[in-house]
Design a binder for this molecule. Structure first.
Ligand code: GAR
Length: 205
């Protein structure tokens, strides 16, 4: 028998969950020494929940309708994460902005994937923003979450070319392929203790 207990991940989702699937596959193949302790969705119909259930991972619907405001929703999310002993929170297409309640509960331990090369094209429809601006290259960014929106310390980025005939859909699909690799690589570094943060700078060893 070898080694440390696997890092416990809590994955927050809102949609299809292709990034979640990429993480599940790499854990099951032994590439990432982690365990997904729970998947939490703010949408009851997110296909990501089915993906989790198919792999025996607790899949929790946690809708925001019954919460009076965002901070109380986040406080309840933190309780769920703590009850599953989560070490690292993964935002894998979670389409809500976090409040200080979540950010303070997991300092430099919440990772987000964004479909652009930050700090360009923050917020929603980043791929369409890139097309509208006319950039030749876009990509994806994995970063820690801080108190801003898509502003936290950058862990990894991958560059993806923009083709002249791209639509939001074709560019998104190309970026998503890069996301699956990049997110997994960043998570692997984290669980192996190979990420050190100093202010805005992130050092990988
Ligand atoms: C991903 O492309 C991710 O970059 C994006 O949502 C998609 C989720 O896809 N996230 C954001 O735009 C966050 N601002 P998935 O559910 O198939 O992993």
């Amino acid at each position: 028998m070898s080694g440390k207990a696997p890092c416990r991940l809590g994955v927050l989702v809102s949609g299809s969950g292709t990034n979640l699937q990429a993480i599940i596959d790499r854990i099951e193949s032994g590439e990432i020494n982690a365990k997904i302790a729970c998947v939490i969705s703010n949408k009851a119909d997110a296909y990501a929940l089915t993906r989790a259930a198919l792999h025996g991972i607790p899949a929790i619907v946690h809708e925001n309708v019954s919460f009076p405001e965002r901070r109380s929703y986040d406080a309840a999310t933190v309780e769920i994460l703590r009850s599953h002993k989560v070490d690292l929170v993964i935002l894998a297409g979670f389409m809500r902005i976090l409040t200080d309640v979540m950010v303070n509960a997991y300092p430099n331990a919440i990772m987000n994937i964004h479909p652009a090369l930050l700090p360009s094209f923050q917020g929603l429809h980043a791929q369409q923003q890139a097309l509208d601006y006319g950039v030749r290259y876009s990509g994806c960014t994995v970063h820690f979450v801080d108190h801003g929106t898509d502003t936290g310390p950058i862990i990894m980025q991958s560059v993806v070319p923009v083709e002249q005939d791209d639509t939001e859909e074709t560019l998104s699909a190309r970026i998503q392929k890069a996301e699956h690799q990049t997110f997994a690589a960043a998570i692997k570094l984290f669980v192996e203790g190979k990420i050190h943060v100093d202010g805005r700078r992130v050092y990988l060893t």
